[in-house]
Design a protein around this ligand. Structure first.
Ligand SMILES: NC(=O)c1ccc[n+]([C@@H]2O[C@H](COP(=O)([O-])OP(=O)(O)OC[C@H]3O[C@@H](n4cnc5c(N)ncnc54)[C@H](OP(=O)(O)O)[C@@H]3O)[C@@H](O)[C@H]2O)c1
Length: 254
């Protein structure tokens, strides 16, 4: 083990939803710590831009388009990573969707299905593709980006919150199955972060003020403030941590 337990030199990392927001911040930080990062989201252009930023800063990265709501696209993405790198050491399941914000009684079943397909099936299928390879290698680390909503559902987000609770549970289930095979699986639960995803909340002055008033640190997070937790969980610094969910919420749940 390197003396620097946060050193990821040479490790191949796939970060989903890495073209912007929290995923972008995680991809950039993992690359700064030596990882070879595969920057993925649905639209290749945004991924190319982030991979280019990483390379311009002296890191190693490439772009890969993958819609995590499409099972075949996930399998194809891992096939492409096999071809490019021949291994996968780190998976950050970050891309998620939240197509509906409102009363549960008014939610269309199509929006329900999309939320479940991306946020649960997508995370699960990517974990299985990565897990198979990591088990064969005898080592690997997976981080699933959940949410504080897993523990305290936000009004108007019943189904999104439910999928995040499922992810925390899946994290524990896979951690139990894969611990003795050298694969660690953890989750992290951000509070409100200033990204496009949460714009309906943070760009509404009233809602933002409520969120800030309920957060002991008195503000919402920037994406870079979530990335350190992901770095910790995928690195050897967390070698005895599996099945956990690290909350990064400015104290909101407290
Ligand atoms: N922001 C918050 O307040 C907050 C709080 C708690 C948890 N989270 C969680 O943090 C994660 C990242 O959210 P964020 O706030 O960083 O969002 P964001 O800034 O909107 O970024 C979302 C990323 O996911 C990609 N994406 C969206 N749907 C996808 C799909 N079906 N397949 C593959 N990629 C997809 C987007 O790129 P493309 O459009 O190119 O696909 C983009 O790169 C999510 O799991 C979210 O639930 C966010």
């Amino acid at each position: 083990m390197s003396e620097d337990t946060f050193d990821l030199s040479g490790r191949v990392a796939l970060v989903t939803g890495a073209s912007r927001g929290i995923g972008r911040a995680i991809a950039m930080l993992l690359a700064r710590h030596g990882a070879v990062v595969v920057v993925s989201s649905r639209k290749l252009e945004g991924c190319e831009a982030v991979a280019g930023e990483i390379r311009a800063a002296g890191g190693k990265a490439s772009a890969l388009a993958c819609h995590i709501g499409e099972v075949e696209q996930i399998a194809a993405a891992f096939g492409e990573i096999d071809a490019r790198h021949g291994r996968i050491d780190i998976l950050v399941n970050n891309a998620a969707t939240n197509p509906y914000f409102g009363p549960a009684v008014d939610m269309e079943i199509a929006a329900f299905q999309k939320t479940v397909d991306v946020n649960i099936r997508g995370f699960f299928c990517a974990s299985i593709e990565a897990g198979r390879r990591m088990i064969a290698q005898g080592k690997g680390a997976i981080v699933n980006v959940a949410s504080v909503n897993a523990f305290r559902p936000m009004d108007g987000q019943a189904v999104y919150s439910m999928t995040k609770a499922a992810i925390v549970n899946m994290t524990q289930g896979l951690a139990r199955e894969w611990g003795r095979k050298g694969v660690r699986v953890n989750a992290l639960a951000p509070g409100l972060v200033e990204t496009k995803f949460a714009a309906a909340v943070h760009s509404d002055p009233k809602r933002r003020a409520i969120a800030e008033s309920l957060t002991p640190l008195g503000r919402i997070a920037q994406p870079g403030e979530i990335a350190g937790a992901a770095l910790y969980l995928v690195s050897d610094a967390a070698s005895f941590t599996t099945g956990s969910c690290l909350t990064v919420d400015g104290g909101w749940l407290a």
